[in-house]
Design a protein around this ligand. Structure first.
Ligand code: BGC
Ligand code: BGC
Length: 606
């Protein structure tokens, strides 16, 4: 087995050597026997010494921890569920998170930094001063935070197929996260999507295993080169859930059942995870799905035998939102089963007091062994040390100038250019001349940053309309054309009667924002309003270009036959300028379909 698999890879990581490990283990053993473990850990404790190896430091710290302190490390709590801030130190909580839309009041970079720093200071005031992991879904830039650079969603990056670009985006996302004090990203999604009716299609790099693997790995490397802990999710086979099997009454496919056989899971779905582990990813998030009738959260085979055994994963396994408590059999049973299966950190995300008492009981009764407890905590601490959490004195000295910077926006714009896919242009209408004398623009997504950005932007479900800074596609068109060009816009394409017949119509259509199972859709298609807008503009334009802003392929046939050119723009994010760059020929189309898009036989493709 490749030895790289056994390591975590972070820029700040120390060199782990077996020799040091052995020496440290015996040293720790002796020091535990001779020291009083109840005193506040002294400043010269071995685990605080950054020159020691990660394993030495983990051993030292673990040996000083009480059972309660160990249990606390396994809890991942949603920050609004913290009852008293003093509970962070009292329960020795291991990690906090902001869910989609779970930011501080104000929601600026400064507000975030102040909030996370406060939580972090409280954690560090505990007896052993163990810092927190603070997790966010920075899935297309640090997209919960107002003013962050909003990159295209993963599906667009999958269309670009550009490994180097994805690595740079991950680095920039990491920098924007550091500017808010956060240190753990629940990203990238390593799922290989098979059914585009799934509302999480846009969170994936597509349906091609090799592309997903290459881009997932680059993304993990980019994040962790800046000390941000990456997460590959949702392990394993989430892209293969079956329509109509969701256990959530409001969903159709998300949180559903996977029936694919093991050979297919291994050949199609496992490689991106395997490669991320080789690259040293810090955490793996377990899917909320079931496989062959068994919740993956309870699967010892997939979590322990395969992930930690066969693949040699050294980081920690985190469960998904509340999924431990959705295991049939009650909360205590679910928790015990998940931990014994191999879950190391539990995204509760609410009731940490109940969790603590259940865990205490489980350890006392031997329902969870002390070996399993120690292994889980060891894995969490290993990631914390490897990412340098113990060695950053304060998050306040991080460089905040990169947050939402022009440099980052330029890369987001580059990503938009590279993600565009030309679906149709037989008459070679594109590129458009910047000197075209009259252009009519219409469509629901022409002047709408919320639709460009999609879900996981400010709010979990995204926000329709212009609520974030950025450049709409309409604005980008206006910025690109010559001074002589006349650009008119009406969303519905209902231009006044006296409107002169235009050289060109550009109609930007698409989906409204959604996230997770809320976006499960039996038949993604254009709205009646968008179709009407296209017809309206067609009637008064020489040529028509349709730009589709969507998280997945949507049914456009048979209307597509009468359109001159069609472009898939995916969910480009805040930098609409990238669309105009290609539309007007400053750059060529280079994107390729990350998932199949049957233009004429859409509905029959399921
Ligand atoms: C999603 C995860 C996400 C987590 C935290 C869950 O519902 O499935 O992808 O990371 O919530 O927001
Ligand atoms: C949170 C998301 C989470 C979802 C799970 C939402 O309230 O904001 O982060 O994924 O709940 O259902």
């Amino acid at each position: 087995m490749d030895s790289a698999r056994r390591k975590l890879s972070f820029k700040r990581k120390g060199i782990i050597s077996l020799l040091l490990l052995l020496v440290a283990t015996s040293f720790v053993f002796v020091s535990v026997l001779t020291s009083s473990r109840w005193n506040q850990a002294s400043e010269d404790a071995l685990y605080k010494d950054a020159t020691r190896s990660v394993e030495e430091r983990v051993d030292d710290l673990l040996s000083q921890m009480t059972t309660d302190e160990k249990i606390g490390q396994m809890a991942l709590v949603e920050k609004n569920s913290i009852f008293l801030k003093s509970d962070i130190a009292r329960f020795g909580l291991g990690a906090l998170l902001s869910g989609g839309g779970g930011g501080p009041d104000g929601n600026t970079q400064e507000d975030w930094l102040a909030m996370v720093s406060d939580f972090q200071d409280r954690a560090k005031s505990s007896r052993l001063g163990i810092p927190l992991l603070y997790g966010v879904d920075a899935v297309h830039g640090h997209s919960n935070v107002f003013g962050a650079t909003i990159f295209p969603h993963q599906i667009g990056l999958g269309a670009s197929g550009d490994v180097n670009l994805v690595r740079r985006i991950a680095v920039m996302t990491a920098e924007e996260m550091l500017a808010t004090g956060t240190n753990w990203n629940f990203s990238p999604t390593a799922d290989v999507v098979q059914d585009i009716r799934w509302g999480r299609t846009y969170e994936t790099f597509g349906s091609n295993t090799q592309t997903v693997k290459d881009l997932t790995t680059a993304y993990v490397e980019g994040l962790q080169s800046r000390s941000i802990v990456g997460t590959v999710k949702h392990y394993l086979g989430s892209g293969a859930m079956q329509w109509g099997t969701s256990t959530n009454p409001n969903y159709q496919i998300d949180q559903g059942a996977i029936t694919t056989n093991e050979a297919v899971l291994r050949s199609i779905h496992l490689p991106p995870f395997e490669s991320a582990i080789d690259a040293g990813v810090g955490s793996v998030m377990v899917s909320h799905a079931s496989w062959n009738g068994v919740e993956l959260t309870t699967s010892h085979v997939w979590l322990t035998d395969i992930l930690k055994g066969e693949l040699g994963f050294q980081g920690f396994v985190v469960s998904d939102w509340y999924s431990v408590y959705e295991i049939p059999g009650g909360k205590y049973y679910g928790l015990v089963t998940a931990v014994n299966a191999g879950v190391d950190m539990i995204m509760l995300p609410f009731e940490y007091r109940l969790f603590t008492s259940h865990m205490r009981r489980a350890v006392e009764r031997g329902d969870i062994s002390t070996q399993r407890l120690d292994d889980a905590v060891r894995r969490i601490l290993r990631v914390k040390f490897a990412a340098g959490l113990f060695d950053n004195e304060t998050v306040l000295d991080t460089d905040i100038s990169t947050f939402g910077s022009n440099e980052h926006k330029q890369v987001a714009r580059e990503a938009v250019r590279k993600s565009l896919v030309l679906l149709k242009d037989e008459q070679k209408v594109l590129p458009i001349s910047k000197a075209t004398s009259s252009i009519l623009v219409a469509g629901s997504a022409a002047d709408n940053l919320g639709r460009q950005a999609g879900g996981w932007t400010i709010e979990w479900q995204g926000i329709d309309g212009n609520w974030i800074p950025g450049t709409t596609i309409l604005q980008a068109i206006k910025d690109a054309v010559s001074l002589e060009t006349n650009v008119e816009y009406r969303q519905a394409g209902d231009f006044p009667r006296e409107t002169v017949f235009a050289d060109l119509g550009i109609v930007v259509v698409g989906e409204t924002p959604y996230a997770e199972g809320v976006g499960d859709n039996a038949h993604p298609e254009l709205s009646a309003e968008d179709l009407q807008a296209i017809k309206n503009v067609q009637a008064i334009s020489e040529k028509i270009v349709v730009i589709i802003v969507s998280g997945r392929p949507i049914d456009i046939g048979p209307d597509v036959d009468s359109w001159d050119a069609v472009i898939a723009a995916w969910l480009p994010g805040s930098e609409g300028g990238g669309v105009a760059d290609v539309l007007f020929g400053d750059y060529p189309f280079t994107g390729t379909l990350p998932v199949a898009w049957p233009l004429n036989a859409f509905a029959s493709s399921f």
